[in-house]
Design a binder for this molecule. Structure first.
Ligand SMILES: *Cc1c(COP(=O)(O)O)cnc(C)c1O
Length: 398
């Protein structure tokens, strides 16, 4: 998945435009910048490529999620439904606004289970946030129907699935808001960065102002702008945007390489009857960033994961035992280890985490192994890798 694997002259050229004029800031300094507006250019190209009216770049994917929620008016005491399997950024972004993350089960798509979402809705629920993990997607049609029925905001986190589509539409363009990350390990990278995507004019305007101290960006005099509301600084720099611009132009190429490598591995593993693959919702096309499959039970998956590592097959994750991506090891959340006092409303709102179990998530994540698809593998390397994986997993199953 990482765009850093194929990093070179194209990125350097875009970056040199910025270094040549020294304007590292995305706003203002019109005279000095010799016509180079990398953040603006990247936003326009994101809008075109991801088929949304508006893209607002921000400093990270985590910031994108927070800015998206703030833009839609989500704040203190509001509940946001999110999956048990995601990156820790999801609940961080919610809690930053004083809102309450409501974790619910995933299903065999490895993303939000629509029934679990519906069961978790209360009078405080404001939004549902599917996270399109490991290159594939949630059942967006089902989630859209639930959001419509209960008047909730749908926020897609497509940080790990940029380049994937659902029913012909790029992920991130389907919900009321979409978020993506351009950090160093995502399919395309800016070093650090993220974007909020939306077709909603109001949300876009809010995101634009909020991510830059609430400045209204009206007129040419930065010091004279007014502040319709409070904001913060979640700006991206021109340096980061320049790199992101070069990388976005290579997204299709990256997805094509991933697809080629993915197919070799998938075809090989398909020969093993005990191996099944994650469900991709009807009409979905993956970004092929990961190959995610299931083994018969937790113990077999554990042994296979260790054995793959021992045999030199890197980047295959058994997320059940991983502290970054699955609820089981998020003690800092479940035990509320914050550096500073938080409101009793949030504390009370999170009490459910002391007792709630996630059997369905355990069932899928316990048996799942997800292998990162690299861009830099040669054809021979992929073939050898496929053979080795089949060998190791077959032995484990004996
Ligand atoms: C990486 C990631 C983020 C956060 O992105 P950063 O740019 O690292 O802040 C959010 N959600 C998911 C699913 C991610 O993988």
């Amino acid at each position: 998945m990482p765009g850093f694997e194929l990093f070179g002259d194209k990125e350097r050229n875009e970056l040199n435009d910025v270094l040549d004029n020294g304007v590292l800031m995305r706003y203002g300094f019109d005279g000095m910048r010799k016509g180079h507006w990398k953040a603006k250019a990247l936003e326009t190209e994101l809008e075109n490529q991801l088929q949304v009216k508006h893209a607002q770049l921000v400093s990270s994917g985590t910031a994108a999620v927070s800015v998206a929620m703030a833009s839609a008016g989500i704040g203190a005491g509001d509940e946001v439904i999110m999956p048990t399997f995601t990156f820790v950024a999801s609940f961080e972004a919610i809690m930053m606004l004083g809102a309450i993350p409501i974790l619910v089960d995933i299903d065999d798509t490895l993303t939000l289970c629509p029934e679990a979402v519906e069961n978790a809705i209360t009078s405080k629920t404001k939004a549902v946030m599917p996270v399109h993990m490991c290159g594939s997607m949630a059942n967006l049609e089902a989630l859209q129907a639930i959001c419509k029925k209960h008047n909730l905001i749908l926020i897609e986190d497509s940080s790990q699935a940029t380049g994937a589509t659902y029913k012909g539409k790029p992920l991130g363009s389907i919900g009321d808001l979409g978020c993506l990350s351009l950090d160093f390990v995502k399919i395309i990278t800016a070093g650090e960065g993220g974007a909020v995507l939306t077709n909603n004019e109001t949300y876009y305007k809010h995101a634009d102002h909020y991510s830059d101290h609430g400045h209204d960006h009206v007129g040419n005099d930065r010091g004279a702008e007014t502040h319709p509301f409070l904001g913060y600084n979640f700006r991206i720099s021109e340096l980061h945007a320049a790199v992101g611009l070069a990388q976005l132009r290579r997204l299709e190429e990256f997805v094509a390489i991933q697809k080629r490598n993915y197919i070799v591995l998938r075809d090989a593993l398909s020969q093993i009857p005990e191996v099944t693959f994650r469900t991709v919702p009807e009409g979905g096309i993956e970004s092929y960033s990961f190959l995610s499959f299931f083994l018969p039970d937790l113990e077999i998956a554990r042994i296979a994961s260790t054995s793959l590592k021992e045999n030199g097959i890197d980047a295959c994750f058994h997320y059940y035992d991983n502290s970054w991506h699955y609820i089981r090891k998020w003690e800092h959340l479940t035990e509320l280890k914050t550096l500073y006092p938080i409101s009793t409303e949030v504390k009370d709102g999170l009490k459910y985490l002391q007792t709630k179990t996630f059997k369905q998530s355990d069932h899928y994540i316990g048996r799942n192994i997800s292998c990162l698809i690299k861009l830099s593998w040669t054809e021979d390397e992929v073939k050898q890798r496929a053979e080795k994986m089949v060998h190791v997993i077959t032995l484990t199953l004996k």
